[in-house]
Design a protein around this ligand. Sequence first.
Ligand SMILES: [Zn+2]
Length: 120
Amino acid sequence: MHEMSLAEGIRGIVENAAIAQGFSKVNAVVLEVGALSSVEIEALRFCFDAVMKGTVADGARMVVETVAGAGWCLPCGKRVPITQLYDPCPDCGSYQVQATEGTEMRVKALDVDSTAGSVA
Ligand SMILES: [Zn+2]
């Protein structure tokens, strides 16, 4: 399942960050999900809860921030907003639109309980 591998990727990022930054509990994981990324949010949420069990992010909330999609229309020679992959250009109706923005999902931020104290 696509979402399961995404959730496992998120877990890897969270665990690496926990080691690097010395936190022991994650309250929330903030994700940026592009409108064109084909990520099923509800499926991802289900996988997220499953793979985070027993980790520092066990029980953490998954917060999703949606990033709008955009593409480059070849006939128009400009950037145009699109809401789904393979949408036609809203200006000229052409399907020669290459998705350029909102195609990815990434971990934007972690809300953590820091136990390490200040390093300053
Ligand atoms: Zn166009």
